[in-house]
Design a binder for this molecule. Structure first.
Ligand code: CAA
Length: 418
């Protein structure tokens, strides 16, 4: 029989970067006197706050996993399993490892943690971290392009990933007749939710539908690729963020060790994990790997799309959120925008999605995102979301974390136990 797995608690650091009033850069009043937190500082704060939230002494941890994509490039730091073991004295000597799957690195760290608990561990620490603001967006675009097939796809544009998703947007709009305004609603929702979230990168930035619906002086088509440039503006993109998330996962015996009851925790009912070839691209109008991961998650748990009451989906670009709705079974092909138009995915809608702002609003410190998504579901289920708390407590939640252009995907399903 499979052992049950629960989220005992966790924490995020504030997600920081250009556009956040707390990010130190040349126009910030503290520029020159104070610096942005380092990767080590982000990780230390997330783990320390997570231990407090879960009521867990890190010394009880059996195993630890950390998601990170390219620490070697942004901050000259690899070997992050040892970094995690170094952020709290109780973690010294613990078995700890770094897991990498591009922007799904955090989701893969979750998978490792869940599998470890199912195999007999009782308390597992799962963390994710990325610091990306050390480089310009253009240089960072080159680093992030390592998540694509670099030899084949790097030359599409300096901003490789934005261009890959502009390509999808072009095909999708042509096939389904969806407008820029239809897709822009995803950005408006992301920023509006982030404006209620004190940890969000874009907590102070406003986004109107007028601004999101067409390019303008403040919201430009920034790609150099002439074919794809008209299909992507700055407002369609996730943020280049620094930040960390950490979470304590436990078995039933682990619950007892921490003195928690089922009412305190969220059950991770199951997950689906799918990976497709880096070297071949699928249908630009669908996320087929995400669909496969979702089918596996639904089959593993006996749940289906209609059961889901809250979701965190990988909106690396605005169109990706629509494609996610369709791959996860929330909407038919070509109809994802309907959920935004009729308000279903708003915080007070029937299926709230990305309540804290998602990757566009909350931010996207790549390796942290998959861990952040799971913790957000737990926080909604336990009424911890403050101004962005849903009006009714969800019973079932879903996360979908994607690496690369729909290449590595982890879909998780969660149940609120009380
Ligand atoms: N007028 C004219 N041009 C402008 C402009 C304006 N007002 N604003 C921007 N530009 C142009 C300029 O050409 C500029 O480049 P240079 O300054 O180098 O010439 C370019 O746009 C970028 O501008 P900035 O550097 O000022 O942009 P920024 O720092 O505000 O960042 C962004 C904006 C480029 C959209 C950035 O947020 C970004 O790259 N976001 C996407 C991040 C990303 O791709 N993450 C990965 C997602 S994919 C995923 O999740 C899966 C995976 O595995 C990777």
């Amino acid at each position: 029989m499979t052992r049950r797995v629960f989220i005992a608690g966790g924490a995020h650091t504030p997600f920081l970067g250009k556009g956040s009033p707390d990010f130190i850069w040349k126009r910030h009043p503290d520029f020159g006197t104070r610096e942005n937190p380092t990767l080590r500082e982000h990780l230390t704060s997330a783990v320390t706050m997570a231990a407090k939230d879960a009521g867990a002494d890190p010394a009880v941890v059996d195993k630890a996993y950390i998601g990170n994509f390219v620490g070697e490039l942004f901050v000259n730091q690899g070997h992050l399993g040892a970094a995690l073991a170094g952020v709290h004295p109780g973690l010294a000597g613990k078995p700890s490892m770094r897991v990498e799957g591009a922007c799904a690195s955090g989701g893969l760290a979750m998978v490792c943690g869940i599998d470890a608990l199912r195999a007999g561990s009782d308390v597992v620490l799962v963390a994710g971290v990325e610091v990306q603001t050390t480089a310009s967006a253009r240089v960072g675009g080159d680093y992030l392009a390592r998540a694509a097939d670099y030899a084949r796809q790097r030359s599409i544009d300096d901003f490789t990933f934005p261009a890959l998703f502009a390509r999808r947007t072009k095909h999708y709009r042509e096939k389904f007749g969806v407008t820029e305004e239809d897709i822009g609603r995803a950005a408006v929702k992301a920023y509006a939710n982030a404006n209620k979230n004190p940890l969000a990168h874009m907590k102070a930035a406003k986004m109107t539908l007028e601004n999101a619906a067409a390019p303008n002086d403040r919201n430009v088509n920034f790609l150099a690729n002439e074919e794809f440039s008209p299909y992507l503006k700055v407002s369609d993109c996730s943020q280049v963020s620094d930040g960390a998330s950490a979470m304590f996962l436990v078995s039933e015996d682990g619950l007892a060790k921490l003195g928690l009851t089922e009412a305190d925790v969220t059950e991770i009912v199951g997950y689906g994990h799918a990976t497709s070839s880096l070297y071949v691209d699928g249908d630009p109008c669908a996320l087929d790997t995400t669909r496969l991961a979702a089918e596996r998650a639904y089959a593993a748990t006996g749940l289906n799309a209609g059961d889901v009451g809250v979701a965190e989906v990988h909106d690396c670009f605005t169109l990706t959120e629509l494609l996610m709705y369709e791959a996860l079974g929330f909407a038919d092909a070509g109809r994802g925008a309907d959920l935004l138009k009729d308000g279903a995915v708003e915080i007070d809608g029937r299926l709230p999605v990305n309540t804290g702002g998602g990757l566009v609003g909350f931010g996207h410190p790549v390796g942290a995102t998959g861990v952040k998504q799971a913790l957000e579901i737990h926080r909604q289920m336990k009424g911890r979301c403050g101004d962005y708390q849903m009006p009714s407590t969800p019973g079932v939640g879903l996360t979908a974390n994607m690496g690369g252009d729909d290449k590595t995907v982890v879909v998780g399903l969660y149940r609120n136990l009380g």
